[in-house]
Design a protein around this ligand. Structure first.
Ligand SMILES: [Zn+2]
Length: 52
């Protein structure tokens, strides 16, 4: 069986800029949240997934 994936944005929780795209499994129940570097805030901030 093929695993379906969908693309999501990772949005900076501070400045709301969508800095990264990633993909995750379609039926994954969890919400993605990752600490990544934001070039607008110039620091590492939590990035939350947003639908593409
Ligand atoms: Zn930011």
């Amino acid at each position: 069986m093929k695993v379906k994936e969908r693309y999501v944005f990772l949005e900076c929780t501070k400045c709301r800029n969508r800095n990264y795209t990633t993909h995750k499994r379609l039926k994954a129940a969890y919400k993605l949240e990752k600490k990544k570097y934001c070039r607008f805030c110039r620091e590492h901030v939590s990035h939350r997934e947003k639908k593409l």
